[in-house]
Each structure stands twice: as C-alpha cells, then as structure tokens.
Unconditional design. Structure first.
Length: 187
C-alpha cells in the first residue's frame, strides 16, 4: 500500500515540491522514489501500480511471490542508510502527531539521526524528556536544517515550530549534560 499510495505523488507533486509533502515535511525514502521513477522513465513503457486481491490460484501472484523471494536472497550492493541509532529510553511507541508542535521549548533525547540527502536536511526520532511537559516520554520525529546536528543517545534543549504535520527544530539551545532536565549536575 505504501507503493500504491505514494507512486502517483512520486511522479507529480513531490518532485515539483522539491521532494516535500503537501505539508512541507520531507518525503521519506525520496532517494528510492527518485530511483523508481527514473527506472520507469527509462523503460519508455506503460507502468501501472495498483492493488490487487491476492489469490494463491492466480499465476501472476505466484510469479510475483517467487520473484520477491528470489530477490530477498540476493545480496544488495546498497548501503543501509546514513542513520545513527541509539536505544530509546521511553516505554512508548512512535505515534505520528503524539507530540503537538506548539512552538514550545523542550528537552529531547535523540534515538535516531539520519541525513536526508535529497532534501538536504536532518531527521531525528526522539522522546520528550521534559518532565513538566504534557508530552513527557512521548516519541516523535523532528526535522532540522543541515547546520543543526544532534547525536543519538544525547539530550538537547530545543525550541520547535508550531506545525505538528511538519515538525522542525527552530532553535537549538545546546546539549543537556547528564543531570536534571535543566542541565544542572546531579550529585
């Protein structure tokens, strides 16, 4: 369904919007979408993506399953991604929109950092560490310009924008060293 839903936008609105969604957030896997549309363009053939009902009796479904299994066994020359990952401290799961962007200042713990080459920005998965926040321990995703670099496993004091559908770090106040959420050392 990811491919079925995303393919039309990968041929139209996303490239026109510099690989950003309607809300302005970076398109996930933009490099792969670009590669797919480039391959389709080079074939010069009609290419259609649509969902079909799976039936074991359908020879086309069986052939597609066989090709998918064979492809999964072939080693890839592709590197995984330019992301760095740390274990999350929160017991919660990432739910899009769980942390409302209200222009607030908060302390976050970065779990994953990834540079999005196509959009030339950073993407961060994080949890809210500020205990006085209504979003304490909630997980979310934030984007930042290339000059804002955060490391997984570290805590940072940041101010975010006010667009929950397109969450960005507006200002980085600094890293919060071990201690309380204000950065005061704990004895």
């Amino acid at each position: 369904m990811y491919l079925v839903n995303g393919y039309p936008a990968s041929r139209g609105s996303w490239p026109a919007n510099k690989w950003r969604t309607r809300d302005g957030a970076p398109v996930r896997n933009a490099d792969r979408w670009k590669e797919l549309t480039g391959l389709v363009n080079r074939t010069g053939k009609r290419f259609e993506v649509r969902k079909v009902q799976a039936h074991k009796t359908n020879p086309h479904n069986r052939a597609a399953d066989k090709l998918a299994r064979a492809s999964a066994k072939v080693p890839s020359d592709r590197t995984a991604s330019d992301s760095k990952l740390r274990r999350k401290a929160s017991p919660k799961r990432l739910e899009p929109g769980a942390v409302k962007m209200e222009g607030q200042r908060m302390v976050i713990h970065v779990h994953k950092a990834e540079y999005l080459r196509v959009q030339r920005c950073n993407s961060y998965r994080y949890s809210v560490e500020s205990e006085d926040s209504p979003y304490h321990q909630e997980l979310g995703r934030l984007y930042a310009t290339r000059d804002i670099t955060l490391n997984p496993g570290h805590r940072y004091d940041v101010r975010v924008n006010d667009n929950t559908r397109n969450p960005w770090i507006e200002e980085l106040y600094g890293e919060v060293l071990s201690g309380d959420e204000d950065g005061n050392p704990v004895d």
